[in-house]
Design a protein around this ligand. Structure first.
Ligand code: GYE
Length: 341
């Protein structure tokens, strides 16, 4: 009993001693580590970014572009959150950015609707919101400062115009053409815009028949599933319009498994969107007929917008990124080597 007590007394003594030592030296240590950057941090612009997910190669490239832009060297403190394709996660992230009093909120809205309340909260807190990639559908346009992204309707139209030309070239301009569409996340700007753009061109052609269109969430797995269903339902598909490369990869697998062929020399014409490197390689090898580029490198544009806002300059309502369209004719080895995503 006595021995035990003296043992615990000794232990307490040692512990107390360690605490005193820690307070003497440790606090200096912690101060040294902590203190300096904190001064710098104050000068940095704090940006909260709510990315919608990591569903595609395009998205990964977009995330990298943002992370490469908002660096410490560029004078930023970046708080990044991945919402894993859930609007509720984005709402949570934005609210946490507001309570942390960030200087700017950037977010890529997974769908267009349902943002009024949270954007109103950001506005009341005096935090400018910049939309990246996709848009929001709100009546009050003062709820966000500006928007950096693609013209999705134009992308859809480009796909339609390409098909027009291709059919003419093959001498099929007047013949019946059966089309199926794999669409992206339902209610997202890219799905809405690309669908509207393509269908408006299709409506000019009586011989074009859109047999079916189905959402496959911009992922390869769902693209394959939906394409498999289409192939079971329809024997005579001529054209697949797939709203991103990941769904295209899945769709091509399903087509090949069904015994059909794709691309320039195949049974089924493939139109895709994004133009990530893996897909461009398939354009070069003739497996994908055309890829409508969607530019994920939006970090630089966002930096410029924030520079302007910091300088008190007026910003535009929208900034469109530059985009091209790729076929076997213009995908060079040089382009493939340069492509970083
Ligand atoms: O095409 C797709 C991604 O909104 C432009 O989202 C973006 C789309 C892109 O998942 O791959």
């Amino acid at each position: 009993m006595f021995r035990k007590r003296s043992y615990s007394l000794v232990m307490t003594g040692i512990l107390m001693g360690m605490i005193v030592l820690l307070m003497m030296f440790g606090s200096r240590l912690f101060l040294d580590i902590d203190e300096e950057p904190r001064v710098e941090e104050e000068k940095r612009i704090v940006v909260g970014v709510s990315q919608l997910g990591s569903e595609s190669g395009w998205r990964t490239a977009n995330t990298e572009s943002v992370q490469n832009a908002f660096t410490t060297q560029n004078g930023y403190f970046l708080i990044f959150n991945n919402a894993r394709q859930k609007q509720e996660n984005q709402l949570k992230a934005i609210r946490s950015f507001i309570s942390q009093r960030v200087d700017y909120i950037i977010f890529s809205p997974v769908v267009e609707t349902g943002w009024e309340t949270v954007l109103q909260e950001a506005k009341e807190a005096g935090i400018p919101v910049i939309l990246m990639d996709r848009n929001v559908d709100v009546d009050d346009q003062s709820l966000f400062a500006t928007c950096v992204g693609s013209d999705f309707v134009a992308e859809g139209e480009k796909a339609g115009r390409w098909l027009e030309k291709e059919l003419r070239k093959r001498g099929y301009a007047e013949e019946r053409v059966n089309i199926v569409m794999l669409m992206g996340t339902e209610g997202s700007s890219s799905q809405i815009g690309r669908t509207a753009g393509f269908t408006s061109v299709a409506s000019e052609h009586e011989s074009w028949h859109i047999l079916d269109k189905e959402c496959a969430d911009f992922t390869s797995i769902k693209g394959k599933e939906v394409m498999r269903d289409f192939l079971r339902k329809y024997q005579d598909i001529d054209v697949v319009v797939s709203q991103n490369d990941d769904m295209t990869f899945g769709a091509i697998e399903a087509i090949r498994e069904s015994g059909r062929t794709v691309g320039v020399d195949g049974d089924i014409v493939i139109l895709s969107f994004d133009a990530v490197r893996n897909a461009l390689e398939m354009v070069a090898s003739g497996d994908i007929n055309v890829d409508i580029e969607c530019n994920p490198n939006q970090g630089e544009y966002l930096l410029r917008v924030i520079d302007m806002l910091e300088a008190g300059e007026q910003v535009e309502r929208r900034y469109y990124v530059e985009e091209d369209i790729f076929t076997i004719e213009n995908v060079t080895q040089e382009l493939l080597q340069e492509r970083t995503y």
